[in-house]
Design a protein around this ligand. Structure first.
Ligand SMILES: Nc1nc2c(c(=O)[nH]1)N[C@H]1C(S)=C(S)[C@@H](COP(=O)(O)OP(=O)(O)OC[C@H]3O[C@@H](n4cnc5c(=O)[nH]c(N)nc54)[C@H](O)[C@@H]3O)O[C@H]1N2
Ligand SMILES: Nc1nc2c(c(=O)[nH]1)N[C@H]1C(S)=C(S)[C@@H](COP(=O)(O)OP(=O)(O)OC[C@H]3O[C@@H](n4cnc5c(=O)[nH]c(N)nc54)[C@H](O)[C@@H]3O)O[C@H]1N2
Ligand code: SF4
Ligand SMILES: [Mo]
Length: 685
């Protein structure tokens, strides 16, 4: 690394080794980072850090990090000068667009570019080219929840755990996935809040719960409707809110009648006693009930409707925007980088918008798995080029074999990453990206309505930040006017303009600067962002599109028709503390702690199969088979008949066996958490 300075200094910024964005002190010596610890004044983490955050040093200085652009040739990878690489990429894009039109080019941003600003830059580049084909990890993450909640109440709320009397976690495991959310939950518990955890696995957070409901995957909608039936029958709901601020209540109330305790138990596996107890606790705690939905609900064929059912609870309980309930944060009002309002792109036929119109309506984003089919079929039009930044879809998208096959057929694939990933190996050009400590951007902590400026602390000569990359490429393509700002600092000033907050103010407030005080009950003054401007228990918009207007429950496939060929059900993607999707496997100390992939299996199933921990088994789904060591878990850790495999391991990539065609019809989300499989011994290790 080129030392840019001498002496020691400490800078406060945000960690982005995960999406929690904790405040951190970064200690530098002679321009190199020597230590990172928690920043005590940041309200989110209050000085604490997790082990992944400290490993930012392992990532930035990893021996296998690639710091120079590379071009794939017949003889293998060759180093190439950055300007030359950008010239060649621009020329090839130009040629592809001249032949097949701008929409033959697509952009894919991944989870590592999870700052809103970086996503917006990638989207803006689509506008610069005139292609509607923006793809992202979000079409298998978060958007299912976003759509579900937005349909009901006009946005995705954030739980006000700290002031809650009852916290209900639906398919989420904060100790591993959002460590500092756990702190708030535990503080609330300390003050007397009840914690209810709904999860087919006895997860780390489930172990701390007052009530743990081992629900069958994909059946949360039935549980939520069963709870609502009891609340409505007992008139334990917010009648004023329902009368004044909602639509569709009568229809929902009629629909819930089907969700008797017997029906709910048959679907979910949760007995009458537990259902009634949990409904009573929730009723007693209203409106200070914080329902939080994690990834567990959206990776199902009926994901959005299950999320909608849970979202309806916020209206019934009066907890929407109530202290201790679920808050709808106000926006920071930054300048808008995306241009969809000025120049709509829908008429250009975004990939997948015909099959999943709701996904496009709500997110202006294409459907990644349909894009794979489009690349291979050329239908409805050719998709020839792709730029991927901050994603590793060959590991993280369902049916990985298809993803790899499709990406290999592109005329041009450019990957921006820090490492030579399974996806980057297929690229024509590898461009080294600047990590989060090598760029400066704005981040909003919605819960506190505070804005932070992250600090650029070091740089490597050929590793461009996201802004510089899009800027330089757009300028080469004659679309420089879309990226007029000289660098990311000038861009940050422009973004801040409408807020009246200066960059200097943010620099002086590393703990974040409040842009608006948090207000409760805003819906009394400001209409909700739904078509009726009210809380929608039933949705005319969905009905018009041919979907159920109510959050209708459908039995998951494995329950509706259990199969002799695939008698087990596979859950995937439960987070491990140390690993982040396909990331962090190259940190030796992490490898030592969690050395490899495993399939988690209940002891009674293991016994029936004659399988012991550590033994290799074969897990087979409709689309493929995977050899993987077994981990026999404790008795109550998973429901018998269910298995769990975490994604991101190239040694046993579970997405080789996850299907890409069994999707939620509303969001297009893949079925990743209830896949029919069989499991058998594959011989001794
Ligand atoms: N360490 C680490 N942290 C991460 C990530 C990571 O890869 N590693 N990824 C980040 C990202 S992008 C995301 S989206 C978040 C996800 O954050 P979370 O949603 O909290 O993710 P998980 O830890 O997998 O928790 C999901 C839980 O849902 C359960 N589950 C599966 N199916 C069902 C179901 O049908 N119903 C119910 N009720 N539960 C079900 C699983 O058993 C699992 O315990 O994590 C973020 N944080
Ligand atoms: N089976 C199964 N599959 C899943 C899930 C599941 O639960 N089950 N969960 C899904 C979810 S929720 C998500 S969000 C997706 C995530 O899927 P992806 O978006 O593909 O996430 P990663 O695998 O973490 O890939 C991120 C890449 O960005 C690189 N990177 C790190 N920092 C930077 C940076 O600053 N700039 C750039 N340009 N690159 C950087 C990393 O090295 C890494 O290769 O995975 C999904 N896949
Ligand atoms: S939870 Fe850990 S990895 Fe995530 S932002 Fe905080 S310190 Fe970083
Ligand atoms: Mo995600």
């Amino acid at each position: 690394m080129k030392a840019q300075e001498t002496g020691k200094r400490t800078v406060q910024t945000l960690c982005r080794m995960c999406d929690d964005h904790c405040g951190v002190n970064v200690h530098l010596d002679n321009g190199g980072i020597v230590d990172i610890d928690g920043f005590a004044e940041h309200p989110w983490n209050k000085g604490r850090m997790c082990v992944k955050g400290r490993a930012a040093i392992d990532m930035i200085y990893a021996p296998d990090r690639i710091l120079e652009p590379m071009k794939r040739t017949e003889q293998g990878w060759k180093k190439i000068d950055l300007a030359e690489a950008l010239d060649e990429i621009a020329a090839r894009l130009q040629a592809i667009m001249e032949r097949d039109g701008a929409r033959s080019v697509s952009i894919w941003k991944g989870e590592a570019i999870g700052f809103a600003q970086q996503e917006s830059l990638a989207r803006r580049f689509c506008h610069a080219l005139g292609t509607p084909n923006y793809l992202s990890n979000d079409s298998e993450c978060y958007v299912g929840r976003y759509i579900g909640y937005s349909l009901v109440l006009g946005g995705l709320p954030v739980p006000d755990y700290a002031n809650s009397d009852c916290i209900v976690l639906w398919g989420a495991n904060p100790p591993y996935a959002h460590p500092h959310m756990t702190r708030m939950i535990m503080e609330a518990r300390h003050k007397g809040a009840r914690l209810i955890v709904i999860d087919p696995r006895l997860s780390a957070i489930a172990r701390k719960a007052d009530y743990y409901l081992p629900v069958r995957p994909g059946t949360d909608g039935a549980l939520a409707l069963g709870i609502m039936k009891l609340l409505i029958e007992r008139e334990q709901y917010d009648q004023e809110f329902v009368k004044e601020f909602s639509v569709g209540f009568e229809k929902l109330a009629r629909y819930t009648k089907k969700f008797t305790a017997e029906f709910v138990a048959a679907e979910t596996g949760i007995d009458r006693g537990t259902l009634e107890k949990v409904a009573s606790i929730i009723a007693r705690s209203r409106p200070r009930v914080a329902n939080y939905v994690g990834n567990g609900l959206e990776h199902h064929e009926n994901g959005v409707n299950n999320v909608r059912a849970v979202a309806c609870l916020d209206g019934l309980l009066g907890s929407l925007d109530h202290r201790g309930g679920n808050l709808l944060p106000e926006s920071a009002g930054l300048s808008e980088l995306t241009l969809y309002d000025e120049v709509p792109l829908r008429h250009l036929g975004p990939i997948g918008a015909d099959i999943y119109p709701v996904l496009y309506d709500f997110r202006q984003e294409c459907h990644t798995m349909t894009a794979m089919d489009t690349i291979m079929s050329g239908e409805p039009y050719p998709l020839r080029a792709m730029i991927i930044t901050g994603a590793n879809p060959v590991m993280t998208n369902p049916n990985s074999r298809k993803v790899a096959r499709a990406l290999q057929q592109l005329d041009l694939l450019v990957v921006r990453d820090l490492f030579m990933t399974e996806t980057a190996e297929l690229a024509h050009y590898f461009l080294p990206a600047a990590s989060f400590l090598e760029r400066s951007e704005l981040h909003v902590h919605a819960l506190y309505q505070r804005i932070n400026l992250t600090r650029k602390l070091l740089s490597f000569p050929q590793c461009q930040d996201e802004y510089q990359f899009w800027h330089d490429l757009a300028h080469r393509l004659g679309a420089g006017s879309y990226f007029p700002w000289e660098d990311e600092t000038v861009l940050n000033r422009w973004l801040l303009e409408p807020t009246g907050i200066s960059l200097e103010t943010l620099q002086a407030h590393p703990e974040g600067y409040g842009y608006k005080p948090v207000r409760y009950g805003k819906w009394r003054e400001v209409p909700l962002n739904t078509p009726s401007q009210k809380f929608e228990f039933a949705s005319d918009y969905l009905k018009e599109k041919g979907y159920p207007e109510l959050p209708e429950y459908r039995s998951p496939g494995y329950l509706a028709g259990s199969s002799a060929e695939y008698p087990y059900t596979l859950i995937t993607g439960a987070r491990k503390l140390l690993y982040y999707h396909s990331r962090n496997r190259n940190f030796p100390r992490f490898r030592k702690a969690i050395p490899g992939p495993e399939v988690e299996i209940h002891p009674s199933d293991a016994e029936a199969l004659g399988v012991k921990s550590g033994e290799t088994v074969l897990v087979t789904s409709e689309i493929g088979a995977l050899e993987i060591p077994a981990a026999v878990v404790e008795n109550s850790e998973i429901i018998p008949g269910f298995l769990q495999i975490t994604h991101g391991w190239k040694e046993a990539n579970v997405n080789l066996i996850t299907p890409d065609l069994k999707n939620d019809p509303i969001s297009g989300f893949p079925l990743l958490k209830a896949i029919p499989v069989r499991i058998e011994r594959a011989g001794r290790p």
